[in-house]
Design a protein around this ligand. Structure first.
Ligand SMILES: O=C(O)C1=C[C@@H](OP(=O)(O)O)[C@@H](O)[C@H](O)C1
Ligand SMILES: C=C(OP(=O)(O)O)C(=O)O
Length: 440
């Protein structure tokens, strides 16, 4: 991947029009995983054709699953059944994708073959003990580096995993999903309790594939009793990608944007709640249910924002949206304070430090704290050159900031936008952002 892609944004634009952002990344990963384990043929539409989801797709091809596509978001998966995966010939390379690595570690722990999971520089620095420790309690054998990072060397323990009753120390859908997938191969009932609600796409999709998974309060439960029946999946647009337009339209006077067919699962809509608390004008229209997931069109019109103390219960429900919410805070009158979000430090980059560094370059008073940020907003924002640190959400967030800076902003190292949203620059330009992409 080239490091030399640069986005340069001229100030003063606004966003107007209608668009459909690409498919949900979390659901795209899970559609490949569960479709591969199902009996029969699963058809997926709306699949996210971006590097992270494609890494998952390639990993299952490497384990012998026949997968057609993707073509225009359509993927056909010829499921091999719960016990049909084959030993991959080489290490499974998962690129930048934490979701792929953590969910696969659980799934592969109980297979009758060994496997190795690797990733790029960013993924190779992210904590994996959060999955390998509870998996070890189930009888898994997974070696990490001394720092608890990838590569993960998995010795398959088919028939030897036992269920655990585990309370997660952090609110993580990746850890929960990893353990539920391991629980499909473990003796007894695996119980995973979350300290706060996290995205529940794994549970919903398992139920869609007719695999028994139950819930008691904050505990999800699964066992090895069951099989997956192929189904058709329509992946809605990713609210995490829609978030760039929700913030962009909210901060740029004259904006008026409609985002079609967005997934509004309540475990994902923290960004709407937070923006509304700040004074944003967002309407949720045409609510419907598609394949077990709520979907709607979102209409957002410019509205002056005010700083708030972000309620901590909303943090896991907006976890990937904080980089762009920091941009909203920089444009909001008064102080915005985020706490309880230390997880942001272990994403594709340290999203607290990297955003604070970039905002300071633009002249925004942004004070990082161990678990969040305090931003004094509402003052004029300058231009300048900021680094994305190879993190897709940082690159797109600073591009959106260009709607309100007083001079051009240049965002370096933007190739990683392909991780989750390759169409970003085209869609945002079509709605009115003056963005020029240079480099190759
Ligand atoms: O389960 C998922 O698909 C994801 C869960 C979240 O990570 P954590 O579970 O580490 O919070 C999120 O940040 C990530 O982008 C996708
Ligand atoms: C954190 C993210 O993804 P992952 O953990 O799958 O790399 C993200 O997309 O913002």
């Amino acid at each position: 991947m080239s490091k030399s892609i640069t986005f340069t944004i001229q100030p003063g634009g606004k966003l107007c029009g209608e668009t459909r952002v690409p498919g949900d990344k979390s659901m795209s990963h899970r559609s490949i995983m569960l479709g591969s384990l199902a009996e029969g043929v699963t058809h997926v539409t709306g699949f996210l054709e971006a590097e992270d989801a494609l890494a998952t797709l390639q990993a299952f091809r490497d384990m012998g699953v026949e997968i057609e596509g993707p073509s225009n978001g359509c993927v056909t998966i010829h499921g091999v059944g719960k016990h049909g995966l084959k030993e991959p010939k080489n290490a499974l390379y998962l690129g930048n994708s934490g979701t792929s690595m953590r969910l696969l570690s659980g799934l592969l722990a109980g297979q009758p073959f060994n496997s190795v999971l690797t990733g790029d520089k960013s993924l190779s620095g992210r904590p994996m003990k959060r999955v390998t420790d509870p998996l070890a309690k189930m009888g898994a054998d997974i070696k990490t580096t001394e720092q608890g990072t990838a590569p993960l060397q998995i010795t398959g323990k088919a028939g030897q995993l036992t269920a655990i009753d585990y309370t997660m120390p952090m609110a993580s859908a990746q850890v929960k999903s990893c353990l539920l997938l391991a629980g499909m191969y473990a003796q007894g009932e695996t119980r995973v309790t979350e300290p706060a609600p996290t995205r529940d796409h794994t549970e919903r999709m398992l139920a869609g594939f007719a695999y028994p998974v139950t819930r008691e309060g904050s505990t999800a439960m699964i066992s090895a009793e069951g099989s997956l029946k192929a189904m058709d999946i329509d992946v809605p647009s990713d609210i995490s990608s829609a978030a760039f337009f929700l913030v962009g339209a909210s901060i740029a006077p004259g904006s008026d944007v409609t985002l079609k067919h967005v997934g509004i699962n309540p475990t994902r809509t923290g960004v709407i709640d937070i923006l509304r608390l700040m004074g944003a004008n967002i309407e949720v229209l045409n609510e419907r249910e598609v394949g077990g997931e709520p979907v709607a069109d979102l209409h957002v019109v410019y509205s002056p924002l005010t700083g708030i103390d972000i309620p901590e219960h909303l943090v896991p429900l907006a976890i990937d949206e904080f980089p762009v919410l920091f941009v909203a805070a920089a444009c909001a009158q008064g102080q915005t304070r985020l706490s309880g979000a230390e997880e942001l430090r272990v994403k594709e980059s340290d999203r607290i430090q990297v955003m604070a560094d970039g905002l300071l370059i633009l002249g925004v008073d942004a004070q990082p704290t161990p678990d969040g940020m305090v931003i004094q907003g509402g003052k004029p924002i300058g231009g300048g050159v900021v680094e994305s640190h190879g993190d897709h959400r940082i690159a797109m967030s600073f591009s959106i900031a260009g709607l309100r800076t007083q001079a051009p902003i240049t965002v370096l190292d933007c190739a990683n936008v392909n991780t989750s949203f390759p169409e970003f620059k085209d869609l945002v330009k079509a709605l009115g952002l003056d963005l020029v992409c240079t480099g190759a």
